[in-house]
Each structure stands twice: as C-alpha cells, then as structure tokens.
Design a binder for this molecule. Structure first.
Ligand code: TYD
Ligand code: MG
Length: 458
C-alpha cells in the first residue's frame, strides 16, 4: 500500500481539489470543501471483490444491431404503488437510490419490500439498526418469509463476503451513508466514501445483474446528502416525502432510466407498517354535512393518475400592518402570483388581507391544474360564501387572469365523475376534442375568473 494522501472534496457536488478553496469552482457553493483522507489502492487489488464479477478484462465494442434484447424480465413487486413508480417492476441489475428525511419510513418500506418478495433471496444490509431491531420491525409489519437475510455490517468487503455466500437476488443497503470501504481512509458518510461505496455496489449490480436498493439520507435543504455524482451514477432516484405529522407519504421518482418520473405512489403510515392508498381521492376529500366557506376541490393529476384534492383557504383582515401569506403544500411564490392576479386583473382587494392556504392530507401538489380551485377557495373564504359541494375545478390561471387549459382533461373529468361530482369547471380551450355528451357530469367551460365567480356564487 502506498502512503496516505488527502484531498479536499466539495460536499455539495463531489468536486475535488488539492488545496482548500472557499468557493467551489464546479458548483459555485461557498464553504463546502472538507479535507478527506484518500488511500491510493495498490494496482488490481480490488478487481475481484465479488464472485461472478468480471476480472478486469476490458469490454469489446459490438454493433448495436447485434446486441441481444433484455433477456431478463422485470421483477414483479408486490404492491401497485411501488410498481408504478418504478415503471413496472424492478429492472435486474439496476441501482436505485432511495432518499427521504429521517423517520419518514424508508427502512420500513424497504423491509416491507424484502419481506413481501417471498420467492426471492433478499439480503438486507443495515448499518443503522441491530438484527433485533429489524426483527422487531418485521414483527410489527407482520409478514413472514423464509428468504430474507439480515446483515448488520458497515464494511463493504465484509458485505461482499456475505454476498458471495448467500448470492442474493436483491440487495438492500440501509443506508449508503453508514457504509464504508477499507480502500479509502475517510470516515463513513464523507463524499469520497459514499461515492466509492456506491461505485462498488454499481459494479456489483451491473456485473451480476442483481438489483440494488440504497437508502440515502437527506440534508436539511432537502436534497440527497452526499455528492451529486451519486445521483448521476444510479439508474433511479426515489424520494419519499410527506409531513411526519401526517400519516400520508408520497413516493416519487425524481430520475428513472426505466420509466416515467411523473408517477407518484401514496402510502399511509399505520401501526403495522406502510399501507398503500389505492384510491387517494376518497381520503383526501372530507365529506361535510354543511358546506363551509374556503374549501374547493381540485381535480389534479400526478403522472397518469388523477386525484381529487381538497384545497383550503382562510382569508382574514390583517391583524398587523403587513399582511401574511402562508401556505402548506403549495408553492408560496405561486400563491403570491395568484393573489396579485386576483387583485390587479379581477379587482378583488386582497392586498390588505392575511391569506393562509392548506392542501389537505399534507400532500405537496405541483400540478398547475390546482390553480383555479385554490383561487376559488380564496374567494370563497374572502366572501364567506361556501362553494356548492358538487362542484370541482381543473384549470390553470395565467398572468392576465385567463383560465388556461390543462393536460389530460378527460382523465380529470372521469375521476370527478367517478366520485359523484355534478359539475366540473374547466377552461374553454380544453373543450376542443373532448366528448361532453357521454359523461353524466356537467362540464362547464370558463375563460375568466369573474365568470367562475358568478357561476359558483350566483
Ligand atoms: P423508519 O422506517 O425507521 O424511517 P427512516 O428509515 O426513514 O428513518 O420509520 C420510522 C417511523 O415510522 C417511526 O417514527 C415509527 C413509524 N412506524 C409506524 O408508525 N408504524 C410501523 O409499523 C413502523 C414499522 C414504523
Ligand atoms: Mg432508517
């Protein structure tokens, strides 16, 4: 072994430098360079880490037309939500990074996956919890299996030793930040360690065609801890989000080489682990006996899945000089924009009012199709007039105050119809090409917010 060497790494993007620098040249962040010890490995001593891997001989180029198509079908995953987010099951040899805030339920979801894949040999490596803790969690989940192995280990060499013995068909690493390789001297969780360990698992996944799931921590700012290069290395990045105080958890793919990134899965955290929410619309809408002001239902779309969501607004006279704007589950800047449109284009005096917005269920919505419902909730609260309970909305609002069309309007309409709504207000531009005659729900086109106002409040 040659002598130890240290290098400075940017904790944000993984760039390295021989000297400490205040500002990263590569990502522009300040104060992110940290010194890490790197040990130069002796030549070839890492080539055979796991059985079945290539012995370092280089690949030959072949004609694309001669490349065989995938012989391995996707591994079916129990549960529709995860299947959809992954794009139809686990691709053999894929490396998946699974991120989320502490306590959100990453370990629970992965253990559930391991337990439910009954005819697959799964190795669950935990660097965070003891075997007993995992056993307790498995008992809580209440699924038994005879093909799930648990390993409490943090060193990759020892992990690969076990892998060679067990030959798992699915490997789960909980979490990549606790794992370290002895080829590098820096501490676990540092940029170079995380990158090296991920690279070892990447090689393992590709060369043995075994899928690998790596759990990753999330920083305070909400991005995956560790270098950005990690996200480039893996095939799929899954994010688990949600409010820890709410029971709903959203699973999204932020990168997926084998499927769409628009898909979303919803789970509910219960006493016995995470339960899939198959029909989110039903739980996200409160059935009230008396209509209340400040509530409007939006027909939104996440990926290909329509979902009806309740938006709530509270508008009141500002108690202090400066009016407050606060929002849960909706982008605050977009809210300010919508309020400015209402003020300037439609003449509603909201500039002196406090406005609070809440999306029911602690869910974060990015679909612009929620705009109209939100605006109507604000107006309803402002006038203190309830919106009839059988109306829902699906349209975006432009800067000029016009009501803009949204994508996949038929799906939104049929979801609203399924849930028993009588009227749906959409943009007139969306009317083109849709068959309005066949549905039981009344489709009401609109072009201006004022029109909608007189439609719902008479
Ligand atoms: P966990 O999977 O440990 O989170 P992470 O690995 O993302 O840090 O989830 C921990 C939380 O989930 C914990 O606060 C307890 C809760 N929980 C339940 O409510 N029900 C359950 O069945 C389980 C296993 C956990
Ligand atoms: Mg955990």
């Amino acid at each position: 072994m040659s002598k130890a060497k240290s290098t400075f790494f940017c904790q944000n993007c993984g760039a390295q430098s021989a000297k400490w620098v205040g500002k990263c040249n590569s990502c522009g962040e300040w104060n992110t360079y940290v010194e890490e010890l790197v040990q130069k490995e002796t030549k070839n001593d890492r080539l055979q880490l796991f059985a079945g891997g290539k012995k370092g001989d280089s690949n030959k180029s072949i004609l694309l037309q001669d490349v065989g198509t995938m012989e391995y079908p996707r591994i079916a995953v129990p549960g529709k939500e995860l299947t959809r987010v992954l794009g139809g099951g686990i691709v053999p040899g894929s490396l998946v990074l699974f991120g989320g805030e502490p306590g959100i339920g990453k370990s629970t979801l992965m253990l559930q996956l391991a337990l439910r894949l009954k005819n697959l040999r799964v190795l669950y490596v935990s660097g965070e919890e003891s075997e007993q803790q995992i056993k307790m969690r498995a008992e809580r989940i209440g699924v038994t299996t005879e093909s799930c192995f648990i390993l409490q280990e943090t060193n990759t060499q020892n992990i690969f030793k076990q892998i060679n013995e067990i030959e798992p068909q699915l490997l789960i690493i909980d979490s990549i930040q606790t794992i370290h390789t002895s080829y590098i001297d820096s501490s676990p969780g540092s940029v170079s360690q995380v990158r090296e360990c991920a690279a070892e698992f990447l090689r393992f996944a590709k060369e043995t065609n075994t899928p690998v799931f790596m759990i990753g921590h999330i920083t305070k700012e909400g991005s995956l801890a560790g270098p950005k290069v990690l996200e480039h290395m893996v095939d799929t990045v899954l994010q688990f989000e949600g409010d820890r105080n709410h029971i709903y958890r959203l699973l999204r793919a932020t990168k997926n080489r084998f499927g769409s990134t628009n898909e979303m899965g919803i789970y509910e955290m219960q006493g016995q682990g995470l339960r899939e929410v198959v029909n989110p619309s039903e739980i996200l809408i409160t059935n009230r006996d008396n209509p209340t002001s400040g509530v409007a239902i939006a027909s939104t779309l996440e990926g290909n899945r329509p979902m009806l969501i309740e938006t709530q607004a509270l508008v009141s006279t500002a108690a202090y000089g400066t009016p407050q704007r606060s929002s849960t589950g909706f982008d605050l800047r977009r809210l300010s924009m919508l309020l400015a449109v209402l003020e300037k284009r439609c003449g509603f005096r909201l500039g002196v009012k406090d406005v609070f917005i809440n999306i029911a269920g602690g869910i974060r919505v990015e679909d612009p199709g929620i705009d109209l419902a939100l605006v109507c909730a604000v107006l309803s609260s402002n006038e203190d007039l309830p919106i009839p309970q059988d109306i829902c909305f699906a349209a975006e609002i432009g800067l000029t105050g016009e009501i803009r069309p949204v994508s996949k309007i038929e799906q939104r309409i049929s979801e609203a119809e399924k849930l028993g709504f009588k009227r749906i207000i959409i943009s007139s531009y969306n009317l083109k090409g849709i068959n309005t005659g066949s549905s039981k729900i009344e489709i009401v086109p609109a072009t201006k917010i004022e029109e909608v106002f007189s439609l719902i409040f008479g």
